[in-house]
Design a protein around this ligand. Structure first.
Ligand code: FA5
Length: 341
């Protein structure tokens, strides 16, 4: 009787072990067979107590052989599961080192650089030289030589970052006019794009660090008509369409007469928004005819020569061009924003 049961248990269990689908299945079979309290082998072992000694030995041998076979089969299947798991992991983590690399991500020029280069090209084609000047300036070049002595109230209009050594962060690109006149003399056509710095409260249209593009022409008999021609050419090149402009008197100690050239806000179309401070116009291009004092301080005879100058707000121009409604977006380097230009 017990012989049969042992044989059937062995053959039935071997078949189940072979067809087990997971390590959990296998563990369940192991507990069924060898569980201490009511595993099949434990139960048979208990029944053997009733057998005669000879019979018990014979059955004992059979039982041990069956047990060994089943243990081996369980071990084997367990190893097979482990091997399969390992090769699945290796397959998943496999990298083909011979595939070509994806290559560097392609970038493009920042919208500020784009607009600066376009204007440089335009002005070079009109006979202007592109000049560069220091961002850390002397008080003389930033103020005095532009007809703004220490006592002049116009100094208050440009809240200045002073350095401990008496130098300052230039508040505009106009000191490059002075350096251009000193270095090159008349006749002179120059532009100077670059950064300017002011201790300003940052908002949608003001940054503490922003770009300007200075322009100057010194020659004989330069008039407001020349100035307007170049301003119109500049705006047409950037906007490639008519933009509404207005010219109003503006005061800068280094020009006489002085003007403010504003453009109709392209963000709101003139109805008023945070960028134009609700008035529909954006201050973009202050300009004028160079003050005789400025010429003579830089060694140019104002009886012989005169000229015009302008100080374009380059960051604001880029904002108007792309209808960007917050200057801080242009200062950051967030690719999600920059990728669209
Ligand atoms: C000047 O800086 C004069 N140097 C311009 C000038 C040059 C006049 C030559 C005459 C002859 P103003 O402070 O207005 O002027 O600034 C010029 C332009 O720079 C402004 O119209 C504006 O577009 C831009 N700008 C000024 N402050 C800021 C700022 N905080 N953030 C962004 N843009 C600014």
């Amino acid at each position: 009787m017990l012989d049969r049961r042992i044989q059937e248990l062995e053959s039935g269990s071997l078949a189940r072990i072979r067809s087990a689908r997971s390590p959990d299945d296998l563990e369940a079979i192991r507990v069924e067979l060898f569980g201490r309290r009511d595993g099949a082998f434990t139960l048979i072992g208990k029944e053997m107590g009733r057998l005669k000694p000879d019979e018990r030995r014979r059955i004992g041998l059979l039982l041990n052989a069956a047990k060994r076979n089943l243990e081996e089969a369980l071990d084997l299947k367990k190893r097979q599961f482990a091997d399969a798991e390992l090769s699945a992991r290796l397959d998943a983590e496999w990298i083909d080192l011979t595939l070509p690399a994806p290559g560097p991500r392609r970038g493009h020029l920042h919208p500020m650089t784009q607009i600066q280069r376009e204007l440089e090209e335009l002005f070079v084609s009109l006979g202007f030289t592109v000049l560069d000047g220091p961002e850390v300036e002397t008080e003389y070049h930033n103020f005095d030589a532009l007809n703004i002595p220490a006592t002049h109230p116009a100094r208050d209009a440009q809240d200045t970052f002073w350095l401990e050594n008496g130098l300052l962060l230039r508040t505009h690109t106009s000191p490059v006019q002075v350096r251009g006149m000193e270095k090159l003399g008349p006749p002179l056509r120059m532009i100077a794009p670059g950064r300017a710095f002011r201790n300003e409260t940052v908002d949608a249209s003001h940054e503490h660090t922003f770009y300007q593009l200075e322009g100057m022409m010194v020659d004989r008999d330069v008039s407001v008509a020349h100035l307007l021609y170049f301003m119109r050419t500049l705006l047409a090149a950037i906007f490639k369409r008519e933009v509404e402009v207005r010219l109003r008197p503006g005061y800068f100690p280094f020009v006489e007469p002085g003007f403010e050239l504003d453009i109709r806000c392209v963000i709101c179309g003139g109805t008023g928004c945070a960028v134009c401070k609700q008035n529909g116009w954006v201050e973009l291009l202050p300009c004028g005819l160079v003050h005789p004092n400025v010429l003579s301080m830089s060694g140019i005879d104002p009886e012989q020569w005169n000229g015009f100058a302008f100080g374009l707000g380059l960051t604001r121009l880029a904002m108007m061009r792309h209808a960007i409604d917050d200057i801080r977006l242009l200062q950051g380097n967030d690719l999600r924003f920059l990728e669209q230009f």
